[in-house]
Design a protein around this ligand. Structure first.
Ligand code: PLP
Length: 408
């Protein structure tokens, strides 16, 4: 048996479909974000990163870096095992308190990633509710889809953000237990869920609600608790899930909610029980980031300002920005080959790093560049990005909106 041919064939299929992924070898410079070194075959080159999900640059914040170093020096590196085996390190206890407070919930539970929080969190919660029907938004993230799948519960998919469809499905489910699973901010299009309407429907039909705030925590709401906090619905949502790896600049994920629910997940979730806990230094760094962003609005305001300016400058240059009201700046390409070529040209000719977004992350034919400005992308960097993109668009023969150019 030549087992290697199976792998080679699988990879060849991805290459044929222009979906084979290549990761840039990057070295970020703390204190000089978004600048980094790109280790390419010809040597090391300076580049500017335009696609990081360290949205607010907290991964280089002195308080966060300081907390990590200080805690590692004092308490060592690893957690020493699962929490069942090795107990809970104290910074993890403090982190869970901080998260419960952030979301105004009784309790929080931390996992090793946002992915695991959804996968094991949704599965465990739904499994613990007899005859639970899960109502899941059509554009939910893969981690949520896996959570729904692992629950082995019956599911219905409602059309993305379509409240009429959700209501229809809720009504058809009548009296049985139900859980609505959705994101607050969908990270590829940058659109937002109608949390008010979802809560209204959930209350009217007796459903539980589970929201993924991964792309909103730290960035929205007066203390960075997310979209539901901004929209005044957080207290109406049963489970708020988030990540420590994006706007909080660290690693890990969590759910928050009632004491009973959190204790039940702690006691039953395999993805919590059978894996090593987050190290103390990561927990302390995440707590420092959350505390800082609860008190400081500068990062949130500057972030929105930078996203707004990036959108205006790129639109004025005639680039096909996909409109939304959030910090995500998607630029439509609509073809996997040219999407990859555009990214290669940006990196090689302009020192700009943007990862191509292809199927299955987005639907075929909607391939795009996903640009994420941070508080540290200044006017000059935005102008350079627009010029580079126009150059690449012209080189690849991609359409530019000439009317926007003429108006300028
Ligand atoms: N939920 C959503 C909506 C995501 O986009 C992601 C990752 O990008 C996750 C969950 C997983 O979070 P993490 O990166 O912390 O594993």
């Amino acid at each position: 048996m030549d087992y290697q041919t199976y792998f080679a064939d699988a990879l060849a299929k991805l290459r044929d479909e222009r979906r084979y992924r290549v990761f840039a070898d990057l070295e970020r410079h703390a204190g000089r974000f978004p600048r980094a070194k790109w280790h390419c075959p010809e040597g090391a080159r300076d580049v500017v990163i335009w696609c990081s999900n360290d949205y607010l640059g907290m991964g280089q914040h002195p308080k966060v870096v300081g907390a990590m170093i200080e805690t590692a020096t004092r308490m060592g590196t690893g957690a020493g095992g699962t929490r069942n085996i090795a107990g809970t390190n104290h910074p993890l206890v403090e982190l869970e308190r901080e998260l419960a407070d952030l979301h105004g919930k009784e309790a929080a539970l931390v996992f090793t990633s946002g992915y695991v929080s959804n996968q094991t969190g949704i599965a465990t919660i739904a499994k613990l509710i007899p005859n639970c029907l899960i109502l899941s938004d059509a554009l939910n993230h893969n981690s949520m889809i896996e959570g729904v799948r692992h629950s082995n519960c019956e599911k219905r998919i409602f059309r993305h953000n379509d409240m009429g469809h959700l209501e229809e499905l809720l009504r058809a489910a009548a009296d049985r237990p139900k859980m609505i699973v959705f994101e607050s901010l969908y990270s590829m299009d940058g659109d937002v869920a109608p949390t008010q309407a979802i809560c209204d429907l959930a209350e009217r039909h007796g459903a539980m609600t589970y929201i993924d705030e991964v792309h909103a925590v730290g960035m929205y709401g007066p203390r960075g608790a997310g979209i539901a906090a901004r929209d005044g619905t957080m207290h109406r949502i049963d489970v708020v899930e988030g990540t420590l790896a994006k706007a909080f600049g660290c690693l890990g994920g969590y759910i928050t909610g009632s004491t009973q629910m959190i204790d039940a997940v702690r006691s039953y979730a395999p993805g919590f029980i059978f894996t090593t806990a987050l190290p103390p230094a990561i927990c302390a760094a995440a707590t420092a980031a959350i505390r800082h962003l609860k008190a400081s609005s500068w990062e949130r305001e500057r972030h929105q300002d930078r996203a707004g300016r990036t959108k205006s400058v790129l639109a004025a240059a005639g680039l096909p920005i996909m409109p939304n009201d959030t910090h995500i700046v998607p630029v439509f390409v609509g073809d996997p080959e040219r999407c990859k070529q555009a990214c290669d040209l940006l990196l090689e000719q302009h020192g700009i790093y943007i990862q191509p977004i292809n199927y299955p992350t987005v639907a075929k034919g909607t391939e795009r560049l996903r640009i994420t400005p941070s508080p540290y992308h200044d006017d000059a960097l935005i102008d350079e990005l627009a010029e580079a993109l126009v150059d690449v668009w012209e080189e690849l023969g991609l359409p530019l909106n000439r009317r926007a150019l003429a108006a300028e």
